[in-house]
Design a protein around this ligand. Structure first.
Ligand code: ADP
Ligand code: NA
Length: 304
């Protein structure tokens, strides 16, 4: 089984549970607060690891106590942390408010994530092992992400991109991407199609990416599940499981990491999507982000 090499962000998340999100100029009191490890890169790495993949985390931390906590946390999960670079500054941080309905709002500070360079990545010889897949988001400098996409393509290594936060992807890079996973906001931004409108808009968004050269596209649609399209424009709808929503933070991260782990195990696409749907349903039914990601045993039991 090939490795999953996640090149992305690691953060310390400061989570404030509130009755409702503060409006501009408003102050609200938190019901409770928590400090925990996050970042889309780290969350997806942990999700993939817990679903049974071999996972390497590549990215930058600082030289502060929170960075040490995050490093220890990833090691605790069994993620290979030997390629993590330590920068002079402090770890990236996220201030997250979660309201009573489980919806979140997030303010990010890049911190060490923003200091990762192409030179750092060039010094990591094991980054592009054959049969591995690189997993990217958009919380590190774009030149790093672009370097990884182009180099992976040249070395025959698969690339999975979750363009989050959303960005305009240079068209010449799209044919170099094997799997792109986007939520509704990201899909609307990247394709210009308002996907929340209806099924035909979802199909249109996915097919515009496929026709631009992306080999497989997955649109995650929150409680509406997910929409998959391959190069032949074959479609798979996967419903979301009905659960009581506690906290949707990292739903997408859990979906992506667990999907890719199932893929690396050689499961059929339908099964990978169902696995990811179950893993993310469990994650949204529990408080927390990274800490709410289930392991393979729990997902298997949920699917029985
Ligand atoms: P993101 O967290 O990136 O916004 P989504 O909200 O699309 O991503 O969620 C990703 C996946 O998580 C969905 O495709 C679905 O399978 C699952 N999911 C999200 N919200 C729910 C929910 N309320 N109930 C069950 N599953 C959910
Ligand atoms: Na959760």
């Amino acid at each position: 089984m090939g490795n999953i090499i996640t090149v992305g962000s690691m953060n310390m998340d400061f989570v404030y549970y509130v009755r409702s999100h503060p409006l501009p100029g408003e102050t609200v009191h938190s019901v409770r607060t928590e400090t925990k490890s996050g970042g889309k890169g780290a969350n997806q790495a942990v999700a993939a690891k817990l679903s049974g993949a071999n996972v390497t985390m590549v990215g930058a931390l600082g030289k502060d106590p929170y960075s040490e906590d995050v490093l220890a946390g990833l090691r605790g999960y069994g993620v290979d942390t030997s390629s993590i670079v330590l920068k002079k500054g402090t770890i990236g941080t996220a201030f997250i408010t979660v309201d009573e309905s489980g919806q979140n709002s997030i303010v990010l500070n890049g911190g060490a994530n923003a200091l990762l360079t192409v030179q750092d990545l060039e010094c990591l010889p094991s980054l592009f092992e054959p049969s591995s897949v690189v997993l990217l988001q958009n919380e590190i400098p774009w030149d790093c992400t672009q370097y990884v996409i182009e180099t992976a393509y040249r070395r025959g290594v698969s690339v999975c991109l979750n363009p989050a936060p959303a960005l305009t992807i240079p068209p010449h890079l799209l044919p170099l991407i094997d799997i792109m996973v986007l939520n509704e906001t990201e899909a609307a931004w990247v394709t210009g199609v308002k996907v929340e409108h209806d099924e035909s808009a979802v199909r249109q968004a996915a097919s515009s990416l496929i026709r631009s050269g992306v080999k497989e596209v997955i649109l995650t649609l929150g409680a509406k599940g997910s929409f998959y399209m391959n190069e032949r424009e074959e479609v798979i709808h996967t419903p979301a499981f009905k659960v009581n929503v506690e906290d949707t933070t990292a739903a997408g991260d859990t979906f992506i990491g667990s999907f890719l782990a199932a893929r690396q195990k050689g499961l059929r696409t339908e099964s990978c999507l169902r696995w990811a749907s179950a893993a993310s349903a469990i994650a949204v039914s529990r408080a927390g982000a990274q800490s709410s990601i289930p392991d393979a045993e729990e997902v298997a039991a949920f699917l029985k």
